[in-house]
Design a protein around this ligand. Structure first.
Ligand code: SF4
Length: 225
């Protein structure tokens, strides 16, 4: 029996699978974005440097002291085309673009970083390392979290290791993480902003352990993003 053709159905044809000169380009990559803004890098080795931030939505690490909980869910945040993100970053004319989150590695960062690189921009990544690595970067800041530890492959890629210290127990965690990164990786301890004791803990520890440096969230002292 021959069945009537459903005109609303879209049968898969060769041209629907393989783009031809007559078919439009595939939909450009979209990423869920919490915010983009031009500021200076507030923490880590590149503190004080002009930076354009691209904050991606989505994080499942669950740090209790997280200061960007708004980024945990992707749902409230709109999706932005990679081409638009690159155009905005170029227009800001920063020294570098910082891809941050949330946890940016929850997304495939290859299209975004390829496009930023093609535009001649320097690209930094801020990540907990809790998801598989993707993309190409000039600088990788690994900030591992006890609540969801990094994927093993990220340690060898880290240019800086930045560990947030809230309690004395975190110092032992920091040393365990430092044992997994290359000898050339810059090691930073960052006091947890809301912990009264953390600044003194970090200050005392760095004095006694000169292979570590202090990272301060200078943007919070300045009252800027
Ligand atoms: S990894 Fe970062 S964004 Fe995710 S919960 Fe921890 S501090 Fe917040």
């Amino acid at each position: 029996m021959v069945r009537a053709m459903d005109r609303s159905a879209r049968p898969e044809t060769v041209s629907s699978v393989y783009p031809t000169p007559h078919t439009p380009h595939p939909t450009p990559p979209l990423l869920p974005i919490v915010e983009t803004f031009h500021s200076v890098q507030g923490e880590g080795l590149w503190t004080g440097v002009s930076a354009y931030f691209i904050r991606l939505a989505g994080c499942d690490v669950g740090c209790p002291w997280c200061d960007t909980k708004i980024s945990w869910s992707t749902k409230p945040h709109g999706k932005v085309a990679v081409a638009d993100l690159v155009q905005q970053a170029q227009a800001a004319n920063p020294f570098m673009v910082v891809v941050t989150g949330g946890e940016p590695l929850m997304h495939d960062l290859t299209p975004l970083t390829q496009a930023l690189k093609q535009a001649g921009l320097r690209i930094h990544l801020e990540t907990s390392g809790a998801h598989p690595f993707s993309g190409q970067f000039d600088w990788i800041s690994l900030s591992p979290k006890r609540f969801k530890p990094p994927q093993p492959e990220i340690y060898a890629l880290a240019h800086e290791l930045k560990v947030v210290i809230a309690t004395a127990d975190d110092l032992a965690w920091a040393e365990a993480q430092a044992a997994r990164v290359p000898a050339t990786t810059v090691k930073l301890l960052q006091p947890e902003w809301t912990s009264d004791d953390s600044q003194q803990l970090v200050f005392d520890y760095v004095k006694q352990h000169p292979d570590w440096r202090i990272s301060l969230q200078t943007h919070k002292f300045l009252g800027v993003k």
